[in-house]
Write a protein that binds this ligand. Structure first.
Ligand code: AHR
Length: 522
């Protein structure tokens, strides 16, 4: 879909600009063509989901903070809930991640909750946020709960967890009722473990998913399907998984973070980060193709951990911790993890990378049916929560714009863009997606200019007709590609309502910007 196309005029206009130490090739006219006659694909709103793990301050001190003046009597941070509502979060995956393999759900329900040592992340888990609190959070946000099983627990323990949530009668339903919740929770999404791929795991997936589906035919089953590596490794789904368990699966879970942990310190510059922008699309294509090759197009992709930046947690996860108070453990946990919290790391690169990730989901809408940003809150997530309030990192605005301004169906778009080059890497300078509503009358076009310092001229046509006129639009950009929001400067990067003018099809996109244009047909 993205093609190299530099015509002679554009070639003549090529110039080089110094951006810091990077040489950037500038371009001629970019072209975005929307084919309004071609069939559209339904966009699954589940791509706007989030992941929450019991890691650092995502749960405790994030969404849940009993005793905080900003929390209600149940411990939920009301400012966080309000901010998340703007994102229309459709699904939340919980409780891990690595954490889940040391999690036993029964310890986290009912009135007798004991704190316990969590070896995966080296902390004492207070255990006050469990299944009920998770469901309550989802209900308040209008999100579907998606629970990931402990990949090392017995199959029975996990089947009991499903029964505890979904059974209408029997021992687990009675246990739930005794905890004050007689009505079943009807949790629809369940995953067999996190990031496991070996044969023993595949057998467990087969046996567990088969049994869950026999007992609860409406449940949708997921399991680990593919895990990328800093963008360069993009494995398809394993044949053995498909052979053994494919018939019981509804989704395969795919994970990747495109800036590796090792890449990130000192802080990654805008261009290095933005060069990762096309990798999600390539990875989705690989997984989708491998599903097709296995005759498994029915099985959808849930990109249920994604983010530009990998989380910092040196020395962890572990399987065992002897002494949680040991100074090196404390140092790793308390000091090193705060690297994730440094506000200046979250810039327009995060905002535009996230736009490109969501564009890729939409382009692959026939395969990608869920995505959950990892995490939703704190660590590398779009919403930073601190004891006195919140900070909306730039990528929160991308998510809000996409969830609120795009329409239900994805139109066929061809982008012919020149290349933005940095070192050995290059990406199209412009990325674009177009969505239409069910009537076909309203069109929303998301346009990304990745260039750090220059506006681009973009020719846009719909059905071969150049777009002409002035349209309402929302724009996310900032005074610098490296701009970020912080406690004292919360709105340096914030979307603005603008008017976008197209003159005989041509418009101008400011540097490092995302613009969503509302084109309503007369
Ligand atoms: O860095 C966070 C971890 O990344 C998650 O717990 C795990 O699922 C993934 O590998």
């Amino acid at each position: 879909m993205h093609q190299w196309n530099m015509n002679n005029t554009a070639k003549a206009n090529v110039m080089s600009t110094m951006i810091g130490a990077a040489v950037v090739e500038a371009r001629g006219m970019e072209e975005v063509a929307i084919d309004i006659a071609a069939p559209t694909k339904r966009a699954d709103q589940m791509i706007f989901g989030g992941f929450l793990e019991h890691f650092d301050n995502q749960i405790y001190g994030g969404v849940f903070d009993p005793g905080s003046p900003l929390a209600d009597e149940q411990g939920f941070r009301l400012d966080v809930i309000e901010a998340l509502k703007e994102l229309k979060i459709p699904v939340i995956r919980w409780p891990g991640g690595c954490f889940v393999d040391a999690y036993h759900w029964r310890k986290g329900v009912g009135p007798e909750r004991e704190p316990y040592g969590d070896p995966r992340w080296g902390v004492i888990e207070p255990n006050t946020f469990g299944t009920h609190e998770f469901i309550e959070l989802c209900r308040r946000l209008g999100a579907e709960p998606y629970i990931c099983f402990n990949g090392l627990a017995s199959p029975q323990e996990n089947l009991d967890w499903v029964a505890y949530c979904n059974a209408t009668a029997g021992e687990m339903a009675e246990l739930r009722a005794s905890h004050g919740h007689p009505e079943p929770y009807n949790v629809k999404f369940w995953s067999v473990g996190n990031e496991r791929y070996d044969k023993a795991y595949i057998h467990r997936v087969r046996d567990t998913a088969k049994r869950v589906k026999e007992l609860y035919p409406d449940v949708l089953m997921l399991c680990s399907g593919s895990q990328g590596g800093a963008g360069t490794q993009m494995p398809g789904v394993h044949t053995y998984l498909m052979e053994q368990a494919g018939e019981y699966l509804d989704y395969v879970s795919v994970h990747n973070y495109w800036l590796d942990r090792a890449d990130q310190l000192p802080q990654v510059d805008y261009l290095t980060a933005i060069m990762k922008s096309e990798m999600p699309d390539a990875y989705m294509g690989v997984v989708a193709q491998s599903l097709s090759e296995h005759g498994a197009d029915r099985i959808k992709i849930a990109f249920d951990e994604w983010n530009l930046r990998a989380w910092q947690h040196p020395g962890f996860p572990r399987n065992r911790v002897e002494d949680y108070d040991e100074p090196t453990i404390r140092e790793l946990v308390e000091r090193r993890r705060t690297q994730n919290d440094v506000a200046s790391q979250y810039t327009m690169a995060d905002a535009l990378f996230s736009a490109s990730f969501l564009n890729a989901c939409l382009r692959h809408a026939d395969h990608v049916a869920m995505a959950t940003i990892a995490p939703l809150v704190n660590t590398r997530g779009p919403l930073f929560v601190h004891p006195k309030g919140i900070v909306k990192r730039p990528h929160v605005h991308t998510m809000a714009m996409y969830a609120n301004e795009l329409h239900e169906r994805v139109a066929e778009v061809t982008v012919k863009a020149d290349k933005l080059t940095h070192g050995n890497a290059s990406v199209d300078v412009v990325d674009a997606i177009a969505t239409v509503d069910d009537t076909g009358r309203r069109v929303a076009i998301a346009l990304v200019n990745r260039h750090p310092s220059e506006s681009v001229a973009c020719a846009l046509s719909m059905g071969g007709v150049p777009l002409d006129g002035t349209f309402r639009a929302t724009r996310l950009t900032a005074d610098s590609p490296d701009a970020y929001n912080d406690i004292d400067t919360p709105d340096r990067v914030a979307p603005k309502k603008v008017e976008q003018t197209f003159s005989k099809g041509t418009t101008s996109l400011p540097p490092h910007s995302l613009t969503i244009v509302d084109v309503t047909k007369p």
